[in-house]
Design a protein around this ligand. Sequence first.
Ligand SMILES: *Cc1c(COP(=O)(O)O)cnc(C)c1O
Length: 326
Amino acid sequence: MVKADAYGLGAAHVAPALHRAGCRHFFVAHLAEALALRDVLPDAMLAVFHGLASSDPAAFAAHGVAPVLGSLAEIDAWAAEARRLGRPLPALLHVDTGMNRLGLGAAELAVLQGDHARLAGVDLLYVMTHFVSAELPDDPLNAAQRARFAEACEGLPPAPRSLANSSGMFLPAPSDLARPGAALYGVNPTPGRPNPMRRVVRLDAPVLAVRDIRPGESVGYNGVWRTARPSRIATVGVGYADGWLRSHSNRGAASFDGMAVPLVGRVSMDLTTYDVTEHPAIGPGSVLQLLGPDCPPDEAARAAGTNGYEILTALGRRYERRYIGA
Ligand SMILES: *Cc1c(COP(=O)(O)O)cnc(C)c1O
């Protein structure tokens, strides 16, 4: 999955790296995302989750992009495009097994199961569905969705199946094509258990300034943090305009030399402040790790009241980005 600019990391770099590693199936959400990657992935399957709903079928066909079809109207439009061009066109078929967002619902599925001719001209690459709670292995919905999906596929033309997202790969849910996203980028697909994936993302912030403050003084907008002791405050040039969410205010920590450095005060647009009283070695130019081996996205997410996905997809455009080994 390289949607949302490869989860905020830069699809133009991430997608070719995945391709060099052998990946030949890529998914994005919007057609525009697929078109931006077509040149760097000339021989790969490029599929668009949002399907034809908002775009011209001719644009998909012209660039060899496969829509994920999730309604009879889309199936009909794609089959018509294939007839118009006089050649089969690739697509995936999305069956809704419980998410209730996109994909064929029960009524439309039944119609299609009774009328396979509707898919004439469609080169059906995969039939897919999407788990509701794959990261909760004990949720009974996982098994229910597997059963509904198997039943749906029984009544459809034979095609390879695609089931698991990152967490789904750790469930007993074998299929022909898994669709991992977050796990590739270091988010823990097995919450509550050790992360089996590498921490591939790192966010370092150099300290711009350090100052000593007296007991009773506050730090940052609205003085939401006030110290009771003589303190040293380090300011870094990262703020909510960089996707360092304002909900981090007064919560969580960066890391310095493996030690936790608490975030204090309000996160502002361009600046965030840390209490470095316990870390006399920190001065201007010292580097705090905001994300990385000591600060996994899942932990930053916990502090900010969100998930690792939002931490990554929020990563801002002002950072200097380095792709190491990619
Ligand atoms: C985003 C997405 C995925 C990937 O999910 P992760 O949890 O990031 O692995 C898989 N399938 C669909 C339909 C998606 O929208």
